[in-house]
Design a protein around this ligand. Structure first.
Ligand SMILES: Nc1ncnc2c1ncn2[C@@H]1O[C@H](COP(=O)(O)OP(=O)(O)O)[C@@H](O)[C@H]1O
Ligand SMILES: [Mg+2]
Length: 444
């Protein structure tokens, strides 16, 4: 064993940068050679199952396959109880039930426990000899010398395995969460699209309701007029048949019919105009089609279709237009959506806290510029605070949640103006003076 002093520094040096299986194998190989054992191994203990599993096993200068064995009736069981076991000879007599040792023809046994940082025995390092061991105490001290480093390495490896496992489950969790998140984002986007469609439909629905209500009045007058005319005609023809029709009665009857027919045709043409205006706004209200509009005619049509709803709220809407024809290529569906959203906002929000005596006004002003047109929609309401202005174009921002607001109106306006219409949108507002939304649209 004089070679030991010569080997020790070399062993320590060779172990310096090795970890895990490399470390265990390299150490076991070198120890096996230095102590001249027939078998040298390092094993991990499983206290619950009372078994031992080699993690490095060397014989004859070679690494053998690892194996697991039961600790029952073995010297290793004593080692696992935290005792250094030194049996230089007669091991088969001392442990007659350890058939494995007997089968292997083992004579001498040295085992040292390996303690983790908490003081628990987690492994053993063992040397087996087929002959009597001469320098057993020295070999036991050598094992003890390395036991600290071995158990540290076992602990480190286990921690690393735990970490790797944790990492894998973490990664799995992150993947799962990411998938869930992207699912819910997709759902949200879908819901948002649906809400935007609903808002568009709602503004169209509002228009339909308003127009239907407005058409009802002139049609009612027309129906009544026609029945009065019918009645008068029946009376006249009956009198004529009976030869009792006087000239005065005839004149009176004809005059009545003339007057009522006038009212009837006035009301019918009022209804026809309403339907015509409404058709312009509602037809294709979801299409992207471009058209050349004469804004001087188109805008009043749109305004007429908005009027019924505004009249109900005592709001007066007027237009200020240039004197000449303004031909403009645009998407009518989008432009009417923008204007009706802004106007219905004025109706819904601008006059909320205004004095009863205020004459509520909305004015739409069209101006032509060298690069395009400017459309301003102004109200004389309460204005919009800077704080609300900062958020009002965000989808779902509303100061009327639960009271009919969806918070989508201005977000749609903003998207259409800056997107499909390729224009700009500006807001000027002052408290108690009102608000102006100005839309600048370039020529195409
Ligand atoms: N003309 C206006 N006068 C005062 N406040 C307005 C006006 N137009 C918009 N607002 C404010 O901007 C907010 C956002 O408008 P909008 O996006 O159309 O949502 P909603 O009308 O559903 O509340 C409104 O809740 C309101 O506070
Ligand atoms: Mg709105």
């Amino acid at each position: 064993m004089n070679s030991f002093e010569q080997y020790l520094p070399q062993i320590i040096k060779s172990l310096k940068a090795t970890y895990g299986a490399d470390f265990f194998n390299s150490l076991t190989l070198q120890l096996n050679q230095v102590i001249g054992a027939d078998y040298t191994f390092i094993a991990k203990l499983d206290a619950q199952r009372n078994t031992s599993q080699t993690i490095s096993l060397v014989s004859d200068g070679e690494i053998l396959d690892n194996f697991e064995y039961s600790l029952h009736d073995t010297p290793c069981a004593d080692v696992s109880g935290n005792a250094v076991c030194i049996h230089p000879e007669n091991i088969a007599v001392l442990y007659p039930n350890d058939l494995l040792l007997i089968e292997m023809g083992i004579e001498g046994y040295i085992g040292t426990p390996l303690q983790d940082s908490a003081g628990c025995v987690t492994g053993i390092v063992v040397a087996l000899y087929k002959h009597k061991i001469k320098n057993a105490d020295f070999i036991a001290s050598l094992f003890e010398l390395f036991s600290g480093r071995i158990s540290a390495e076992i602990e480190r490896e286990e921690k690393q395995q735990q970490l790797t496992k944790l990492n894998a489950t973490l990664e799995e969790k992150v993947k799962l969460r990411t998938a869930e998140l992207s699912d819910s984002i997709e759902n949200l986007l879908f819901t948002q699209d649906q809400l935007i469609e609903q808002e568009k439909m709602a503004s169209l629905g509002g228009l339909v309701a308003g127009v239907a209500h407005e058409i009802n009045t002139p049609l009612g007058v027309a129906v009544l007029s026609s029945s009065i005319i019918k009645e008068t005609l029946l009376k006249l023809s009956a009198d004529l048949e009976k030869n009792t029709l006087s000239k005065y009665e005839l004149q009176h009857g004809l005059q009545k019919i003339k007057k009522i027919e006038q009212a009837m045709s006035q009301n019918l043409s009022k209804a026809a105009t309403l339907v015509k205006n409404f058709k312009q706004v509602a037809v294709d209200s979801n299409s992207d089609d471009l058209a050349t509009l004469d804004l001087i005619r188109w805008l009043p049509g749109l305004v007429a279709s908005l009027k019924p709803t505004l009249n109900n709220q005592n709001i007066n809407i007027t237009t200020k237009l240039p004197n000449k024809k303004v031909s403009f290529v645009t998407c009518p569906a989008h432009l009417s959506q923008v204007i009706s959203n802004i106007v219905s906002n004025c109706a819904m929000h601008a006059f909320d806290q205004c004095q009863e005596t205020l004459i509520r006004q909305i004015q739409i002003t069209l101006k032509t510029k060298s690069s395009g047109i400017s459309l301003s929609i102004s109200d004389n309401g309460m204005g919009i605070t800077k704080d609300i202005q900062r958020h009002m174009f965000e989808p779902f921002y509303t100061t009327k949640r639960g009271k009919g607001g969806t918070g989508l109106g201005l977000s749609i306006v903003n998207n259409i103006v800056k997107g499909a219409l390729n224009g700009e949108l500006m807001v000027r507002s002052s408290a108690e003076q009102g608000t102006t939304f100005e839309i600048l649209l370039p020529y195409r």
